[in-house]
Design a protein around this ligand. Structure first.
Ligand SMILES: Cc1ncc(COP(=O)(O)O)c(C=O)c1O
Length: 400
């Protein structure tokens, strides 16, 4: 079939591919220790679900304004101000069909052929492909494990050229859990301002940070708004992945351009989900610290468990719900004396086929030698998965 050059520039999200493969096995009754999904295993809080039911009963089931209902845009600005010390007005806010859609829209209206977009690696899988689809060129810079996978401002500034249009940062980061400390983030913003480059701050995991880190937004420093685009999402904070509500906070002209694009593509995000999101923004946030406390317990269990496996090292993630161990010692050219696979893509496949553990290869995130394990799953399943991994890697070590 003749497809466009544009669609051939991108690939299907590798995380979706892993999840699909694990689901296929599960549907055949195979018991998989599943560290694949990047979504909370908690249900959406009741008060949010009830708001959606009320919305249906009250017939909020029709088109809404393309960029989202005004009360929701107001509530997002108020919530963001209260939680993250920003200062946006509803005209600087647009509601999108999830945070991924927000990023897609923003990149579509700002990036074109010849533009460069700086993306620290390891990166969330969708950033490079969204940039490529818009015609831009991703430029990768390193964030290092010894810095807790927090990218340095000096590294970003060195990569800026006259073609640089945007820098995309996620903090806390998927896949590493890395958190950029506020002073470093502000130095990155200063570099962006100096070179007239947009700074896109992806805050989808903002409220899942572990001590000593705190939720932080690069929209909080005074006079940051000109160069800053904030992407937020209900998906992780409120366990609402399926509802598909995200938002963009940015200068009005940029917001209006994305509303124009949205008006010719998705139209408004689902009316019912918008009412649920309104409740998430205005209602109790009691469920958030409960989830965070549980993630914190699991983080300890999984990081300690991974560190105990021969040939595996693992940093403490500062936020989000992913462990990101280094297994390079077990790969070709590694130092275990017994290569299990040539790369993490092959290793992840072997782990699924032989150890019945689902996880995502670091290759997908621009991080050869690493694996991503989501700990948005119960302690029991984490323990089971760790047992399987330990058995698998220990046997390989013994055979070496
Ligand atoms: C770093 C990051 N940004 C954005 C998203 C988008 O989430 P959603 O489209 O569900 O809001 C995700 C989801 O996994 C993510 O990990």
């Amino acid at each position: 079939m003749q497809l466009t050059e544009r669609i051939n520039r991108i690939q299907i999200s590798p995380t979706s591919a892993v999840i699909a493969e694990a689901e296929k096995l599960k549907s055949r009754g195979v018991d998989i220790a599943d560290f694949g999904p990047g979504e909370p295993d908690f249900p959406t809080p009741d008060h949010i679900k009830k708001a959606a039911i009320r919305a249906i009963e009250q017939n909020f089931t029709k088109y809404t304004p393309t960029g989202g209902i005004l009360p929701l845009r107001e509530a997002i600005c108020e919530w963001h101000k209260r939680e993250l010390s920003s200062n946006y007005e509803p005209k600087e806010c647009v509601v999108n069909v999830g945070g991924k859609h927000s990023i897609f829209n923003v990149v579509s209206v700002l990036v074109q052929q010849g533009d460069e977009v700086i993306i620290p690696a390891p990166y969330w899988v969708s950033y490079p492909d969204i940039v490529k689809y818009a015609g831009g060129t991703p430029v990768y810079v390193d964030s290092r494990p010894e810095d807790g996978f927090s990218v340095k401002a000096s590294v970003i500034e060195k990569a800026i050229t006259p073609k640089t249009r945007m820098v995309i940062l996620s903090s806390p980061n998927n896949p590493t859990g890395g958190v950029i400390p506020p002073d470093e983030y502000e130095s990155i913003l200063a570099a962006c301002k100096k070179h007239n480059v947009w700074l896109l701050g992806d805050e989808c995991y903002s409220h899942f940070t572990y001590d000593p880190h705190k939720p932080y937004s690069i929209a909080s420093p005074e006079r940051s708004k000109d160069h800053v685009i904030i992407i937020g999402s209900m998906s992780k904070t409120f366990a609402m992945t399926g509802w598909r509500i995200g938002y963009t906070l940015a200068p009005e002209a940029l917001v209006q351009a994305t509303v124009k694009l949205q008006s010719q593509s998705t139209s408004n995000p689902t009316s019912i989900a918008q009412h649920a999101a309104l409740e998430a923004m205005r209602g109790s946030m009691d469920s958030v610290p409960v989830m965070l406390a549980e993630y914190q317990k699991r983080r300890k269990r999984i990081v300690e468990g991974l560190r105990a496996i021969p040939g595996v090292t693992c940093e403490w993630p500062g936020g989000a719900f992913y462990a990101f161990p280094n297994v390079a010692a077990h790969l070709a050219n590694g130092n275990s004396g017994h290569a299990l696979a040539k790369d993490t893509t092959e290793l992840a496949k072997i782990l699924l086929d032989q150890a019945r553990v689902a996880l995502v290869p670091g290759d997908a995130f621009g991080a050869p030698g690493y694996l991503r394990l989501s700990y948005a799953t119960s302690i029991e399943r984490i323990d089971e998965g760790l047992r399987r991994l330990d058995r698998f890697f220990s046997r390989a070590e013994a055979a070496a």
